[in-house]
Ligand binder design. Structure first.
Ligand SMILES: C[S@@+](CC[C@H](N)C(=O)[O-])C[C@H]1O[C@@H](n2cnc3c(N)ncnc32)[C@H](O)[C@@H]1O
Length: 306
């Protein structure tokens, strides 16, 4: 059995050993987490059957292919942490043909959003504690950039979702870990507005099927470790009515590191009696723009204001 990204607690590696796995390879790229995992496994009494391998799963070799691969490298957008390319590599090199992958499937989800209603008119921004993390991220990358931001307060509040979500959800970026696994692709999708409101962008989430027959974890509507990401499309917002449609293509390509995806979305808002309004959004893994759009200029006001 292979646990990709075992983390310091080696939870899945230890669960597999307890369930009777003969040999478990627990792979972890962060040296400190790998060290702590080794100690955790020793203390749990499984050092004879669980071996910690420090490194990237895409760069290690195993003495023989395994029957099963468990991992938790699903992102706030399903593939954003590289699950598609990492698990495709595992399938090609580290897992026996017909071997089983847990989780079974993930998808990125999108729903039309009225940002003003989501925030109840409060100004956009980061809570002070979170802003300290933003500064740490900028310091570690060496420069500020337009990082992806999440929408707090919707998952555990059905009333807030009712105000903010203007349509039902659609799925894009399907990742079939036990099937035809394509980390890159273009997915056409269409959202039909079910409520009147001001369309400002999309809330992007993920659905995760741990096993094939499970109900998925759905980050757009359930509190979880994953929080919806905001994809801004219109700074002023566009008035919409029930029955209006937003048609779009969602493109996933692997970034310059060959593992993490770059995302791009282009679409058109269709309202009766008016011309189609073109709208687009993009977010690259190694993006270098800062304050590049009105949304990010209002989030990070410069010395002269937005
Ligand atoms: C979200 S944590 C999950 C930790 C633990 N498995 C759990 O479920 O609590 C993801 C872990 O995977 C590691 N990781 C991500 N991609 C990896 C890769 N390709 N090879 C090895 N470790 C990886 C990260 O360093 C991190 O520790």
């Amino acid at each position: 059995m292979l646990d990709i990204g075992t983390g310091q607690d080696a939870v899945w590696a230890l669960a597999a050993a307890r369930a009777g796995a003969r040999q478990v390879w627990a792979v972890e790229v962060i040296p400190q987490s790998a060290r702590i995992a080794r100690k955790t496994i020793e203390e749990a009494g499984f050092a004879d059957r669980v071996t910690v391998v420090e490194g990237l799963s895409t760069e290690i070799e195993l003495p023989e292919p395994v029957d099963m691969c468990v991992s938790e490298i699903i992102g706030t957008l399903g593939g954003s942490e590289g699950a598609g390319s990492v698990l495709r590599d595992a399938r090609e090199r580290l897992v026996k043909p017909g071997g089983v992958f847990i989780p079974h499937r993930s998808a990125t989800t999108a729903v039309a959003l009225d940002l003003g209603s989501a925030g109840r008119g409060e100004p956009l921004g980061f809570p002070p504690l979170v802003f300290r993390y933003v500064e740490d991220v900028f310091a570690s990358v060496g420069r500020p950039f337009d990082l992806r931001v999440v929408l707090e307060g919707l998952q555990d509040n059905p009333k807030a979702r009712e105000r903010a979500y203007l349509s039902g959800p659609v799925e894009v970026e399907p990742l079939e870990f036990n099937g035809d696994l394509n980390p890159e692709g273009v997915d056409g999708a269409e959202l039909t507005f079910t409520r009147a409101g001001t369309f400002s962008g999309l809330a992007l989430g993920m659905r995760l099927w741990v096993a094939e027959d499970d109900e998925p974890i759905d980050s757009l509507v359930q509190p979880s470790s994953w929080t919806p990401v905001y994809a801004p499309l219109s700074a002023e917002g566009l008035p919409v009515r029930p029955g209006d449609r937003f048609e779009f293509d969602f493109t996933t390509t692997l970034s310059d590191d060959g593992v993490h995806p770059d995302y791009a979305l282009t679409g058109e808002l269709h309202r009766p009696g008016g011309p189609a309004a073109p709208l687009s959004w993009g977010s690259t893994h190694h993006g270098d723009g800062f304050r590049a759009t009105p949304f990010y200029r209002s989030l990070f006001p410069g010395p002269g204001g937005p």
